[in-house]
Design a protein around this ligand. Structure first.
Ligand SMILES: [Zn+2]
Length: 473
């Protein structure tokens, strides 16, 4: 082998090595910095806890699918996973899917060309199609949630229809450890400008769609977009088509004009999955009183977020103040929760701490019945009204193409198994080639010595396996 070829091999192996560790090292570091919790966990009063345990809590927004975690396992990172939802007595979680995010996100104005999710997709070893396709990013995240459902032994139940929702609520009456989830899209950019893709996304389980996220899309203007326009002609078609398919329209991040345009043509209740209100926190990400009234006019709900830019505070009391204002302006039956957990936000608590909101609502003077509506009752009413009545083409998860993946073993165990397999194959090969007369132990020693001497080849082989390991179904 020539010198250049050797160095090329070494460089390739190192690059592959970097890619290999990025998903296991880099993403956790990034997430720990972005999805922070501001205060340590704390107990609430016995009265608040007793009430909280009787509630059916619904959270309309969390970006937990973005960070490569297995949500069936309790993590020390981020804000949401199934065990923590169970601990916090959250019955239904909206898993909202982010497919594009500007390099330097600003509340004022963002360039529609800027995106960091492609890099995240590479670091987390998503399928290569997701590097460039926003549609594939959405489909991949939906597939991951369905795979988790399949491995959850009935503990995580995905909701795609009214029948699913009612069935889930019925089951949960006797088993409080069950968690329901439904899929939402944070921004219609995942349609890649094609209305036909809405059908594909519906089939993948999506039941809520926001026309925009941080930047303007082919369909509508964003509150933090470059132009802040309203619905385009294609956007109008999107609203009609989504409503016809029983997909809920989410006006979070929409420009003022988009909100007006959607409300003018909406025939079903619309939601704002995560927001603050200007009445208690005045910035252009949050809703004015006039906007709140228009949304109430559709019969919809507004999910109040917990992070600082939504409430201008850092605790549950600030959330309760925003809820009080919203209820006063819109009516109690139009208020809901929309945490924005795992949405690159610093939060006052993780999802185990939502009982702090129940406590703060008691302090605000809301009655138990009103608290039940705010914490989930209203959101369930809107979900029931908007979801397709049954079946809803909810396709079960495709089996993973890799057997190792389908087994649900942790990543490190799978990596070890593959490397072990590789070593065994090499020994077999060397044994048959050179040492058929001298026994297995010698073959093993020889293989060790061979790799020690030819470490670059060893590095290359390990790198090669690292490259194939992340290939997903
Ligand atoms: Zn958001």
């Amino acid at each position: 082998m020539s010198r250049t070829a050797k160095w090329l091999l070494v460089t390739a192996a190192l690059l592959i090595g970097v890619l290999f560790v990025s998903g296991t090292v880099a993403t956790p570091l990034i997430e720990s910095r972005l999805n922070r919790v501001l205060s340590p966990p704390r107990k609430v009063s016995a009265t608040a806890q007793q009430l909280h345990e009787r509630l059916t809590v619904v959270d309309l927004h969390a970006d937990s699918l973005l960070w490569g975690r297995d949500l069936l396992e309790k993590s020390s990172r981020g804000h949401v996973d199934i065990p923590r939802l169970r601990e916090g007595n959250v019955a239904v979680q909206a898993f909202t899917v982010v497919t594009k995010f500007p390099r330097k996100a600003s509340l004022q104005s963002n360039d529609a060309g800027s995106d960091v999710i492609g890099m995240l997709a590479m670091a987390e070893h998503w399928p290569s199609k997701t590097y460039t396709s926003l549609l594939e990013r959405a489909l991949y995240q939906a597939r991951r949630l369905r795979e988790m459902q399949a491995r959850s032994r009935g503990k995580l139940i995905l909701i795609g229809s009214r029948q699913d929702l009612d069935g889930f609520l019925e089951l949960r009456r006797s088993d409080r450890s069950l968690v329901g989830g439904f899929l939402g899209l944070e921004g219609a950019q995942s349609l890649e400008g094609k209305l036909e893709n809405l059908g594909t996304l519906y089939d993948a389980g999506f039941r809520m769609i926001a026309p925009t996220h941080f930047s303007d899309t082919e369909f509508a203007g964003s509150a933090s977009g470059g132009n802040k326009g309203g619905l385009t002609e294609l956007g109008r078609k999107l609203v009609r088509e989504a409503e016809a398919r029983h997909i809920t329209i989410d006006l979070a991040h929409a420009s003022s004009k988009t909100i007006d345009d959607v409300v003018a043509i909406a025939r079903h209740p619309v939601v704002v999955s995560h927001t603050g209100v200007r009445g208690t926190c005045d910035n252009n990400r949050n809703l004015t009183d006039a906007q709140l009234r228009r949304i109430a006019g559709t019969g919809g709900v507004v999910g109040i977020g917990y992070w600082r830019a939504a409430t201008c505070g850092t605790d549950a009391r600030a959330v309760a103040r925003a809820i009080r204002h919203t209820a006063t302006v819109m009516g109690i039956e139009h208020v809901a929760l929309g945490s924005d957990f795992d949405g690159a936000t610093a939060q006052p608590f993780e999802t185990t701490g939502v009982n702090q909101i129940t406590e703060a609502l008691i302090e605000q003077g809301f009655s138990n019945d009103q608290i039940a509506l705010i914490m989930g009752g209203n959101a369930i009413r809107v979900l029931r009204a908007n979801l397709p009545s049954e079946g809803g083409a909810y396709v079960p998860a495709r089996p993973a193409t890799s057997l190792l993946r389908a087994s649900g073993m942790p990543f490190v165990a799978r990596a070890f198994l593959l490397l072990f397999g590789l070593a065994a194959l090499t020994i077999c090969w060397i044994y048959t080639e050179h040492y058929s007369d001298e026994g297995w132990l010698n073959a093993l020693l020889f293989a060790g010595e061979y790799y020690a001497r030819n470490f670059r080849i060893a590095l290359f082989v390990i790198g090669l396996f690292a490259l194939f390991l992340p290939i997903r179904g």
